[in-house]
Design a protein. Sequence first.
Length: 213
Amino acid sequence: MERGDVYIVGAGTYGEVMLELAQILGFNVKGFFDEDESKINKNVMGKTVIGKFSDLDSTKIKGNKFIVAIGNNAARLNLMSKINKFGGQTPTLIHPTAVISPSAEIGYGVYIHANAYIWSNAKIGNYCIVSPNVVIAHHTSIGEACLISTLSGVGASIKVENLVFIGMGSTIVTGVTKIGSNTIIGAGAVLLNDAESNSIYVGIPAKKCRKNE
């Protein structure tokens, strides 16, 4: 199904991932933008890096669709908010093999990759990335601009606040009630208790190792 023209912001390796996802879903990718001037006019998987996104004024953003292929949560939030403020669109992309409960709520500018499973009454906030083979259990809410990495599982009835990064293969067990904003859960961690904001947790069971400045 043709979903119209779209541009990708970020011509790195994740940009290539998002190019493939966009094409699977029927978008026509017009090209990339990237802040690295050495990439301008280069070819990335058959698409040209047109220029720097920061050089676009509001008139060139308004009415156009953009995918922001940036893993850093804060940077992605800032760029996507700017696009929406200037009248640009940030479409949600959901891989056809992902399973989304009909009672789940998915925000805008959300990227959900292959074989993810979003259970009943789960909520995924704007600008989130849900990587392949992630499970978000029922009645859990994920805040804005979070990234849930591949093979992670988030249990039921948990509130994950904004700008949280959950590392690859992590487990957030049912019984945890909250992960505070701007917190990192390290790869392979098993979180058994609530996590504070602005903190980094690692290990099995996960413990706070330091502040996330």
